[in-house]
Design a protein around this ligand. Sequence first.
Ligand code: HEM
Length: 509
Amino acid sequence: HLELKSLRRRRILNQFKGPKVLPIVGNAHQLGKTPPEIIEQMFDWWHQHGRGNFRYWIGYYPNLMVTSNKYFEFILSSQTLITKAEVYKLTHPWLGLGLLTSTGSKWFKHRKMITPSFHFNVLQDFHEVMNEKSTQFISHLKQVAAGDSIFDFQEQAHYLTLDIICDTAMGVTINAMENRDSELVHAFKDMCYNIKVRTFSSWKRNETLYRFASDYPAYLKTVKMLQDFTHDVIEQRLKAHKEGTAATSQSDEFSRKKLVFLDTLLAATVDGRPLTSQELYEEVSTFIFAGHDTTTSAISFAVYLLSRHQDEQRKLYEEQREVMGDSGLSREATFQEISQMKYLDLFIKEAQRIYPSVPFVGRYTEKDYVIDGDLVPKGTTLHMGLMMLGYDDRVFKEPHKFRPERFEEQKPGPFEYVPFSAGPRNCIGQKFALLEIKTVVSKIIRHFQVLPALDELESKDGYISTTLGYRPEEKKKRDLQRHKYDPILLAAMSLKSENGIYLRLKKRF
Ligand code: HEM
């Protein structure tokens, strides 16, 4: 039955390049056993098939890895090709159908309703929180990094971003940096971990089969804990609104009450009515997930690059001295000062090219499409290889060289570099994210010299340690020289280092 059902799709998709397909398994047997092996396989196939689009089958499910510019333009500009790939369903039990996962008219109406929540003025309130939490983060790092110790920065960054997002989304202080062993902090961590594990497990990915897994009861407990926590906070905030003790608009300057994301949702309407409690829950949870998993990745890899590329770090420090003044290095940067940090901006662009926080974006074709003259059949999962774009030497010369200046010298075309996606379904939190990354990273640069785990790991020639993106033969050779402290990349929904991001910090004052 499955064979017959997929006959048409097979016939059509055979027009695309791709690895040889076996009956029943498709190409699943070639994918690799571990998450890092899967991303390596994708890069290998990309090279083997002329660094263009290629198709592969997981059992009877067809997948098309998309890296061509014309495809990116078509998909990202489309108003109809907006249904997310099946993998996003793993977030449904926690997030429901919020902005990230919904489709059709629900997505359209909610996108319109939520857009003002990221308005410039609201961001200024968020910036206060980012500043406050990153000041705490600096004190926290001083303890963790004391005595020249080598520590996993990625883990610490996760606590920070969780603190920022809970406060900006709901006005709640969970203090994850200090209470890392609390049940709630564990629940957030476990949930992100669970999504990662299920992404790469062929049977745990299936909702019905997953019920038989040994970790299923613990998973249900985690989902319930997060749901109860968020519902409680929403109820309390709703009560505060009724009693007039919460901020209702950004102009609440007089009372100095901070506006949080939930406040803007409580004031919003869809179809002329306020949001239901389920809708409020879905959007707040989505904001929390999309807004902290990604920034953990972005901040971690940016700081990792600082540790390996001392010349660039020196330039960044000089810029901090220029913008903040020598006597101002210990204070918090204002919104305006952040926008004057131009080299930091280039640095983050370059960091996102090499280590995009969202390495792949998935869509599902609910009907046939003709893209760049090719027929793409209904029922195909499209994976947009955002990460491959960054390693394409037809666009970025010497892609393994870390050179923030490249973004000043030559701007990539509109669909050649899209870490925040593009078009109607682009990242709604882009400005929030950049503000957060810059606030945190600039503060780290002012307070510490970031050093690699071992002195000899500093890059002397500007080349990065990552070998993904090299041609397979070249990659194999370079892999032999890899060090245990070089990150091993894996692409769950966001890009992470499987073996952590180990580095050292030296206090500047
Ligand atoms: C470095 C940080 C970030 C990166 C690289 C990033 C990237 C992306 C990308 C590529 C998408 C498109 C996903 C898709 O089409 O499936 C997306 C969507 C989204 N992002 Fe971000 N993001 C970041 C941070 C944030 C933050 C901080 C928030 C919220 C505070 C956020 C909220 C969202 C939401 C709600 C969507 C769904 C938008 C929609 O479908 O209309 N993101 N992001």
